[in-house]
Ligand binder design. Structure first.
Ligand SMILES: Cc1cc2nc3c(=O)[nH]c(=O)nc-3n(C[C@H](O)[C@H](O)[C@H](O)COP(=O)(O)OP(=O)(O)OC[C@H]3O[C@@H](n4cnc5c(N)ncnc54)[C@H](O)[C@@H]3O)c2cc1C
Length: 361
């Protein structure tokens, strides 16, 4: 298993979602780590906030496609499910390659989540002036809610995608993988961490350090663990810095709620990128796009915790702005409000997990 497997309740159904990490992979065996991992101190009294967000999920995968809208070229870049942070630089690059070919003049981008901001930056890097039109800015986007693990999880159904889409996915993943690496550090809030996961490590070819662990090689009170390294993105800091980058490079940001394609047709730019995430359900009547709610309990930061966990208890990502405990995956749920009973279950499952943490000799 990897990223989120979770708590086993009816509200958390994962059936039918692609779990790229569940494939069997050949992995090395680990050198046994020694000593004790610092435990996460899980208690209701340590909760500093609870949040819920709606993953923009499409069984047929994200949409990166160009079309004509009156005299404009409109390029879609939305529908990334539980993997939008991971895929952002990559699908935004595919989108600008579709859009900028043969284009002259200013460019419009709709949306200021991770897709809108990375698209706007890539447009600027290619030398074009950009204006972002958006209903809401960070911190009021779904992208701000994301846990920020770099892992392409939960964003399509295996039997619903085409070979052409798979090629887009592979290209996007590859560019994102390389782009995030050159941004590691405090400026963008990106760091590498070891992740302990129940089951096999991800099989997407981007985790060269993956190892399967014998019971004496890990401290968790669960069977069948592996460990791999990946990047973690502190989404609030990352999006704040990207917003600044857009502005420093001369980009404009306008607060606009666009209700119909006709509103987009009325924008002055002849090239417009649609990065509205779940907003495309209404704006473009994409009924394939459905929310998958995720809820998080955020605990007081513990800087000494420098590892992540994913498994049946849920997931734990340690960030500078708090310890994130999550793991719900609630399909078709449009209410982005944390539910106290779900939060209590997330906290309880992690309390049990960390209470059983042992040292390895
Ligand atoms: C709990 C949770 C955990 C997650 N964890 C991870 C993770 O660990 N790793 C990972 O890779 N991904 C994760 N994700 C998924 C990720 O958050 C999303 O895939 C990603 O944020 C989608 O980005 P976006 O820019 O498309 O959408 P959004 O962030 O929703 O941005 C859309 C933008 O468009 C604007 N907009 C929408 N409609 C209109 C309109 N009509 N007019 C004008 N503006 C409009 C909005 O105001 C907003 O600015 C998680 C998601 C959740 C909820």
């Amino acid at each position: 298993m990897h990223r989120r497997q979770f708590l086993g309740s009816a509200t958390l159904g994962l059936a039918g979602l692609a779990l790229p990490g569940c494939a069997t992979v050949a992995t090395r065996t680990a050198a046994a780590p020694r000593g004790c991992l610092p435990p996460v101190l899980v208690d209701e009294s340590r909760i500093i906030r609870t949040v819920a967000g709606l993953r923009p999920y499409r069984a047929a995968g994200f949409v990166v496609r160009a079309e004509a809208l009156g005299d404009k070229r409109l390029v879609h870049n939305y529908g990334h499910g539980g993997a939008g942070i991971t895929l952002s630089w990559g699908t935004s690059r595919l989108a600008i390659e579709l859009g900028l070919a043969g284009h002259n003049g200013p460019v419009g981008v709709i949306g200021a989540g991770v897709m809108g901001l990375t698209t706007a930056r890539l447009v600027q890097e290619a030398g074009f002036p950009v204006t972002i039109y958006t209903k809401a800015l960070p911190p009021d986007t779904t992208s701000n809610i994301a846990g920020g693990q770099w892992s392409p999880f939960g964003h399509y159904r295996d039997n619903a995608v085409t070979d052409a889409w798979r090629a887009q996915f592979a290209a996007a993943l590859d560019y994102s993988w390389r782009r995030f690496q050159i941004m590691v550090g405090d400026d963008y809030g990106i760091r590498w961490l070891s992740t302990y996961t129940e089951g096999n490590p991800p099989a997407d070819g981007h985790h060269p350090s993956a190892v399967q662990l014998t019971p004496d090689q890990h401290p968790f009170p669960v069977q069948g663990m592996s460990r791999y390294d990946t990047m973690y993105i502190e989404t609030g800091r990352f999006l704040r810095q990207l917003t600044r980058d857009v502005q420093i490079a001369g980009g404009a940001i306008r607060i606009r709620d666009l209700h119909t394609p006709a509103d987009i047709a009325a924008l002055p730019e002849l090239l417009v990128f649609n990065c509205t995430g779940l907003g495309s359900h209404v704006l473009f009547n994409d009924t394939e796009l459905t929310p998958i709610r995720g809820q998080l309990a955020v605990l007081l930061p513990q800087p000494e915790v420098r590892y992540a966990f994913t498994g049946t208890a849920g997931y734990m990502f340690p960030r500078a702005d708090g310890i994130l405990l999550g793991g719900t995956f609630e399909r078709g749920e449009w209410d982005a409000t944390p539910q106290p009973e779900d939060i209590a279950r997330i906290v309880a499952s992690h309390r049990r997990l960390f209470a059983g943490l042992r040292c390895t000799a």
